[in-house]
Design a protein around this ligand. Structure first.
Ligand code: XMP
Length: 606
């Protein structure tokens, strides 16, 4: 069947693929195109979306693409960088000014069809440093944003209805833009006139065909952590190739949660995937490889490489070398590892280390979910008949607790200047009745499509939750070098924070497993496992006021696709229940709640 199609030009923004994915969820086929593609590649499309980018439109970066598509008589919607490129193309001006990260309110102006069915004010999600400051002829402002400070930012949305050219400074594709789906649907269906004929059953059928074709008679040996992705992947491959041609390998890497490996093996058996299930305890190998590693990227690489070594040892031992390596890689793993031509490396996911990249290039890897987000994986799982209890487990990263056990040689990060930051922190915190200080540690984040490796601010004091989030948002925007904000949960505050030596050891991992278990059990008791999307517990080697050596961080988030996230508010009763048991664990210096949105933080700290 011929489907109507939208082209999404991928300029390397973190959300480029998400745009295509969101449009497909409206049952309109959307395909990714590259800026290098000639204008002839756009034949047969009903519309074009230009993605965001890590490049700066104000500086003319990445402007050498073939602009022929602007001359086509089909609608064009630019998002973020794309919005600025649309503005520039038709005589507007873009300047490096007025940064915005996170939520903003947008006043809807005029009555453009692209905003049909929306209210006079919308909640939108921003992540940008460049701004459209002047419009070319024929264009009008159809949205102005008001940031958390009350400052108005013009040209948050622009339109030329006659030419059918549109631009949004914000990201309608992320779940946090409240009616973003409606805006994209207005573009695809109302403005471009596409008919919605594309569905998930069809996608499953196509993937089954693709797996058969790629396997070409061979079997698949799948690395199966027991998480949602690897389980759905196992069922799908089993469906395509039959149970005999599928072998599963569950590796206990020593970085799993308390008691998890045993539970996973049981669960696979319950799902009827126990036939060719192999289990290996490789925790010693992983811990040896991680000994002395401190930098997040170096830890991530070592974990990914050790997985491949264990996999190869096991394939030899079981005589399965001719099989393909199967992985439940999903799209965010690829994009955050810089997996598309222009995207920045936010973090190297365990399934994207260089050895695996080489195996992929040699055609030895099969990853049928690599175009999907968690929400689609769950939808596919439902269609494949997998039990909801399994599909709704919290996502757990491949490198497991390895990326939640922060390490340090005991020194403060280079460039750490608490004295310079303090007045800026006070200016935001004090008016809200809070105190704050910069913590001498760095964690990974993402700002305007680029990786950041910056410091958190620790806040303490009493304030309503909304106020805390507002102060946090102002801290990222106003204090250079800050990408996170955490709140003290002990009521003690802090005068001094000192980094201490902390490496990957079994003892520290056991401590983290205990703290994580306390938090997970509390979430279960409060019936919050489904509302809270994911809740990493992180251990940071830091002494507060010369107390203890390990700061425990709880990071509950709300998300749908993991490309963006909001902090989840925990009930006071739950915090009261976990405080005592966590502070009673050996060597714990404090307990904090992570209040950071993504961007500018990522969900995991490393
Ligand atoms: P971040 O920390 O980038 O994480 O906001 C987004 C989602 O991905 C998970 N994550 C990983 N999953 N391999 C995985 O399979 C990895 O290397 C990895 N790193 C992060 C993270 O837990 C969150 O759900």
């Amino acid at each position: 069947m011929q489907h109507d199609r939208i082209a999404v030009i991928d300029f390397g923004g973190q959300y480029a693929h998400l745009i295509a994915n969101k449009i497909r969820r409206m049952h309109v086929l959307a395909e990714i195109r590259q800026p290098e593609d000639p204008v002839s590649a756009y034949r047969g499309y009903q519309g074009i979306v230009i993605s965001g980018s890590p490049a700066l439109a104000s500086q003319g970066e990445d402007s050498g693409y073939d602009k022929g598509f602007f001359e086509l008589d089909i609608p064009i919607l630019g998002l973020c960088f794309g919005h600025q490129e649309v503005a520039k193309r038709y005589g507007g001006r873009v300047e490096h000014a007025q940064r915005e990260y996170g939520f903003a309110k947008m006043k809807v102006l005029g009555d453009s069809p692209i905003f049909a069915g929306l209210g006079p004010q919308e909640v939108v999600w921003m992540s940008h440093g460049d701004t459209v400051t002047e419009l070319g002829e024929g264009f009008v402002e159809i949205g102005a944003s008001i940031d958390q400070d009350g400052t108005t930012h013009h040209n948050a949305a622009i339109a030329n209805d006659k030419l059918r050219r549109y631009g949004f400074q914000y990201h309608p594709e992320v779940d946090d833009t409240e009616h973003g789906d409606q805006m994209l649907e207005n573009f695809a269906i109302r403005v471009c006139g596409c008919k919605p004929t594309w569905t998930m059953d069809r996608y499953i059928e196509e993937q089954i065909e693709a797996i058969r074709e790629q396997a070409a008679g061979r079997g698949v040996f799948l690395l199966a952590s027991g998480g949602v992705d690897s389980t759905v992947c196992a069922v799908l491959i089993g469906r395509a190739l039959g149970p005999d041609r599928l072998h599963l390998l569950h590796v206990d890497n020593g970085l799993m949660r308390k008691g998890e490996s045993l539970q996973v093996v049981e669960e696979f058996k319950r799902q009827g995937l126990g036939n060719n299930l192999h289990f290996v305890d490789a925790s010693d190998k992983f811990l040896r490889a991680l000994a002395g590693r401190i930098e997040p990227e170096s830890k991530r690489r070592v974990i990914g490489e050790t997985f491949v070594r264990v996999f190869e040892d096991e394939s030899r031992r079981l005589n399965l070398q001719s099989m393909l390596l199967g992985q439940g890689t999903i799209y965010p793993d690829r994009i955050e590892t810089g997996g598309t031509r222009r995207a920045d490396v936010i973090k190297t996911h365990h399934n994207r280390v260089p050895i695996i990249e080489e195996m992929i290039a040699a055609g030895r890897v099969i990853e049928p979910l690599s175009e999907l987000y968690k929400v689609e994986v769950r939808e596919m799982g439902e269609q494949l008949g997998i039990a909801p209890g399994l599909l709704w487990r919290h996502p757990f990263p491949g490198p497991g607790l390895g990326v939640r056990l922060l390490c340090s040689d005991g020194s403060a990060p280079t460039g750490h200047d608490a004295d310079k930051a303090q007045p800026l922190i006070d200016a935001q915190a004090k008016p809200a009745g809070l105190s704050g200080m910069l913590l001498p540690v760095r964690s990974v984040g993402v700002k305007a499509d680029l990786r950041s490796y910056e410091q958190p601010v620790l806040l303490w004091g009493e304030a309503p939750y909304e106020t805390l989030l507002q102060v946090a948002a102002q801290l990222y925007a106003r204090v250079p070098g800050v990408n996170r904000c955490v709140l003290d949960l002990t009521g003690r505050g802090a005068r001094k924070a000192t980094p201490v030596l902390g490496k990957v050891t079994r003892e520290r991992l056991d401590l983290l497993r205990e703290a994580d278990d306390i938090v997970m059990r509390a979430l279960e008791r409060h019936g919050l496992m489904r509302t809270v999307w994911q809740c990493p517990t992180v251990l940071l080697p830091m002494s507060l006021d010369d107390r203890g050596r390990e700061l425990v961080i709880v990071r509950p988030v709300l998300s749908e696709r993991a490309m963006t996230a909001r902090p989840a508010q925990l009930p006071k009763a739950l915090i009261d229940e976990i405080r005592g048991p966590i502070l009673a664990l050996p060597d714990v210096s404090g307990l904090v709640l992570d209040l950071t949105t993504k961007p500018p933080g990522t969900i995991e700290w490393e």
